[in-house]
Each structure stands twice: as structure tokens, then as C-alpha cells.
Design a protein around this ligand. Structure first.
Ligand SMILES: [Zn+2]
Ligand SMILES: [Zn+2]
Length: 338
């Protein structure tokens, strides 16, 4: 399909403001990049942190969005992996330096000089996007364009968090039952874990959703679970959940913080960390995480639940996410989808 010189995009001009529906130049791919006609783009909680200025170094003006599903329409001169007409997905990790000690040591998620899609690089809240081919993924054909989008961050980060928690034992708590949790819970249940889902107090709908996805228990994050947990993953950006999760976790257990931003963690007695409990964060993703997850997801099979919004309603999608009104994942629909 021929591309136009100009495209429509939802643009962040300044943190704290609403995104603006603007006409901007269509980006051109560099030698190792592909130009993608965007079909869908997931809306992630990280986008809210960028919008609110809690992540402090965005490119500005910025096109957010790091769960991009689209079709290649043009390839740079050195692109080998993808061809025009092929579908691919673009995640948060947009590029790495390849030279720092983290990159050389197989921990490119911690790279000294990374590029992040929809944060330091323009993302997918637009009709077109460019991406480095080496950081893009072929997507499992079983997923439609809308269903595939949440796999690219909620899925990847959820899976990385889960891998750090799963060795601790069979009882897994998940705090905050949004997009990442609804995918992670399905993988955990598939691998024989007992999932305990913690939601905002009184959120009967989210608790019902969690039970439907196989959680053995669902309740408020303020109440203790009926059994001690072996591990907990916190997806909600709420610091007081760290001591709450530690209190719910058995000796030797691990509490994994899966978000990129969290409100301050209140002080807590050493006693709830004692007993070789571990608190740790998860940062970004490696391409190996992405490949492993995309291989696993259709075999579970992970089913993503999506709420669709047209691109120009990105502000409404973000607001619904902020208010806890999204069940599963919010996805922007940009062009014809399948
Ligand atoms: Zn690096
Ligand atoms: Zn994300």
C-alpha cells in the first residue's frame, strides 16, 4: 500500500497534557529499519507514567505506544529479516548499544544506552511507525491484530516477572489484575501454579475476571490470602503493596515488582523481610524473553481480552485505564485489522 507523506498521530507535546490529534510527517526508515503501517497498538500503564511525567526523559514531542502490530510497507537497505507485506510486532525495547557490559553479558534489558519505543523513540499511536528490524518480532498467526498487541508488553514483562517468581514454589500471588496479570495468570495456571489474585478493595468485577482465568482465590490487596504465598508479583504501581506482599509471603519467598514506576514504598519492619525473603524489580525485556514468550503463548494457549478504541480516542483509553475501567488490555485500532 502506498504511504502518504503525512500521517495522523496522537502526539504528546508536553507531559500532563492530553494527547493531540495531529498531522505529522510519515517517518522514513533508516538502513536497518522497517516502515510499518500500524494496525493496532496496545495501551500500557507505562504510557500513563510517561503522560503524567513520572518517567522524566521522554523524547518530545512524542508518539507513545510500545505494543505495535502492523505490516511492513518499506524496508531499509540493510534489512534482511522482514519483507514488505509481512506482519510484525514492536515492543518497548527498541534498540540497545550492543557494546556495554550488560549487552555483552546477555542482559540487554539493562543496557547503558537503550532506545525505548514510545518513550525515547516514537511509537505506535499513529498510522505509521519505524522500527529497528532486529528488535521486532514475527507474531504467532493464531492471534488477530488486536489480540496480539498486549502480548508485546503485558505479555513480555509479565512473563519475565513470572520467570523470576516461579522457582519459589506453587503458590503465586498477583497484585493488580490488569493486562499483564491476565496473561501471566494463564501461563502460571498452565504450569500448575495456584494463583491468588489481589485487586483494589471491592473490585468484584476484577476478582470475578481473575477467577474466570483460573485463580483459586481472588480478594482485596488489603486482606491476607487464605494460604501463605511462595512468590508474589506486583503489577500495580502502588508502593504499599510491597510490605503487604512480603507479609503474605512465606520464608524464602520472592516479591517481584513488575512495573517501571511505583509510588514510594513505606518503611516496614525487618521482620517481614527476614527469613530469606527477596524483593526485586524487573526492568524492560530482552529479545530472548520475547522469543520464548511468543513461542509459549499459543501453546498455553494464552487468550488476551481486549477493549478496542479508535486511535483518535487514545486519551479516553488512557483515562479508562487510569480509572481501572479496562478488563484485560486496552488496544487502539488504527487501520484495517484481521
Ligand atoms: Zn548496551
Ligand atoms: Zn508496557
Amino acid at each position: 500500500m502506498a504511504k502518504a507523506e503525512m500521517m495522523r498521530a496522537m502526539v504528546l507535546e508536553k507531559p500532563g497534557q492530553r494527547l493531540k490529534w495531529l498531522e505529522v510527517p510519515t517517518p522514513r526508515p533508516g538502513p536497518e529499519q522497517v516502515l510499518i503501517r500500524v494496525h493496532t497498538c496496545g495501551v500500557c500503564r507505562t504510557d500513563l507514567h510517561v503522560l503524567d511525567g513520572e518517567l522524566t526523559r521522554p523524547k518530545l514531542p512524542l508518539i507513545m505506544g510500545h505494543e505495535i502490530v502492523g505490516t511492513v510497507v518499506e524496508t531499509g537497505s540493510r534489512v534482511r529479516q522482514f519483507r514488505a507485506g509481512e506482519r510484525l510486532g514492536v515492543p518497548w525495547l527498541g534498540r540497545t548499544c550492543g557494546a556495554c557490559r550488560y549487552c555483552r553479558g546477555g542482559r540487554e534489558n539493562l543496557c547503558d544506552a537503550p532506545g525505548f519505543t514510545g518513550y525515547t523513540l516514537d511509537g505506535g499511536y499513529a498510522e505509521y511507525a519505524v522500527a529497528d528490524e532486529g528488535y521486532s518480532f514475527a507474531l504467532p498467526p493464531a492471534y488477530g491484530d488486536a489480540e496480539a498487541a498486549p502480548l508485546l508488553c503485558a505479555g513480555f514483562i509479565g512473563f519475565r516477572s513470572y520467570r523470576l517468581a516461579r522457582e519459589a514454589g506453587p503458590r503465586l500471588g498477583i497484585y493488580g489484575f490488569g493486562a499483564a496479570a491476565h496473561i501471566t495468570a494463564q501461563i502460571a495456571v498452565h504450569q500448575g501454579k495456584e494463583v491468588y489474585a489481589f485487586t483494589r478493595r471491592g473490585d468484584a468485577q476484577a476478582q470475578e475476571f481473575a477467577r474466570r482465568l483460573g485463580a483459586v482465590w481472588a480478594g482485596s490487596s488489603e486482606e491476607p490470602p487464605p494460604e501463605e504465598l511462595d512468590a508474589a508479583i506486583i503489577f500495580a504501581p502502588v508502593g504499599p503493596l510491597v510490605p503487604a506482599a512480603l507479609r503474605a509471603t512465606a520464608r524464602g519467598g520472592v516479591v517481584v515488582c513488575g512495573g517501571i514506576h511505583m509510588s514510594d514504598i513505606p518503611s516496614f519492619p525487618y521482620d517481614i523481610l527476614w527469613g530469606e525473603r527477596v524483593v526485586r524489580s524487573v526492568a524492560n525485556l530482552t529479545r530472548a524473553d520475547g522469543e520464548e514468550f511468543l513461542e509459549l503463548a499459543p501453546r498455553v494457549p494464552v487468550k488476551t481480552e481486549v477493549q478496542l478504541f479508535p486511535l483518535e480516542q487514545a486519551n479516553e483509553a488512557l483515562e479508562d485505564l487510569r480509572r481501572g475501567r479496562i478488563q484485560g488490555a486496552a488496544v487502539l485500532v488504527v487501520s484495517e485489522s484481521r
